[in-house]
Design a protein around this ligand. Structure first.
Ligand SMILES: [Zn+2]
Length: 279
């Protein structure tokens, strides 16, 4: 795998070029568990894949697009409804369409709005806690992260903050033939959530998986009290991964954990098999 880190100043993510015109931003912030977003140059279209949770992450993503290509993205893709992939939507101008599935829109309207209410309820308390951490010697996070958290809670409690909903909706595969390269958006049904889109470049053999893939899904994610792994329907997720791994792909971008290979997809399948599938 040949990819390189790009010189780009951000306290939220590191930026990598996978191949000319396909970039991935991987968050540094531990509370975002290394979330990834993509920047794709199709020649005549520029595309953003997922917009992070933290306002600064989305802002820097926007800045990275401008720095790399000196123009606005043509459209944005939301892989699925979870807040860590869609909260940044509203940092982009309204005239840039956002693509997702209709189910993702419905889930943002229902579940994410509820989650936002919960975040807002505890925001003041959380901001206070973070401020105390800044003066403490044994804070659980670094200073940059604490400031990012404070900015996040201020951002979502601003009465003007509204989650921007996707407005270009797809139910089936969508192939976008750019002047430089072709991108396939493939929506999958119930698995990680009720609906997830992957972004697949067949010629470059690169696939942005959203949270259908977690880069390092080892036993520490096991489903117990502290287990972090959650899938809406693990056995269906297993079937989705099984069909994706059959494609000709060299680089898989995990929704969390970054740049991965087939080995990682296999690891996810083994994990699901071990903890969820009955033989
Ligand atoms: Zn996620």
């Amino acid at each position: 795998m040949n990819y390189k880190k790009i010189d780009f100043e951000s306290s939220y993510f590191d930026l990598f070029e996978l191949t000319d015109g396909i970039h991935v931003a991987i968050s540094k912030n531990d509370s975002e568990v290394k979330t990834s977003s993509g920047i794709f140059d199709l020649g005549n279209y520029l595309i953003i894949f997922d917009t992070f949770m933290y306002p600064g992450g989305a802002r820097d993503l926007y800045k990275a697009v401008k720095e790399l290509y000196d123009r606005d993205p043509s459209f944005i893709i939301n892989s699925h409804y979870h807040s860590d992939h869609v909260f940044g939507n509203c940092l982009f101008p309204d005239n840039i369409p956002i693509i997702s599935t209709p189910i993702t829109v419905k889930k943002i309207e229902e579940d994410v709005s509820d989650q936002l209410k919960e975040f807002r309820k505890t925001a003041e308390e959380e901001i206070q806690r973070r401020k105390e951490m800044l003066n403490s010697d044994d804070a659980p996070f670094g200073e940059v992260e604490i400031h990012n958290d404070i900015e996040f809670y201020k951002y979502i409690t601003n009465p003007d903050f509204k989650i921007r909903l996707p407005n270009f909706l797809i139910n089936n595969n969508l192939t976008i033939k750019g002047t430089k390269r072709t991108l396939q958006l493939i929506p999958y049904g119930v698995g990680h959530t009720d609906s997830d889109i992957v972004a697949y470049f067949p010629n470059e053999k690169i696939c942005f998986m959203g949270d259908l893939l977690l880069a390092n899904l080892d036993d520490s994610w096991a489903p117990n009290d502290s287990g972090r792994f959650s899938a809406f329907n693990p056995s269906k997720l297993y079937e989705i991964l099984k069909s994706i791994i059959e494609k000709d792909i060299e680089i898989y971008i995990a929704g969390h954990g970054g740049i991965s290979t087939e080995e990682s997809v296999q690891m996810n399948m083994d994990f699901i098999k071990k903890y969820y599938l009955k033989n």
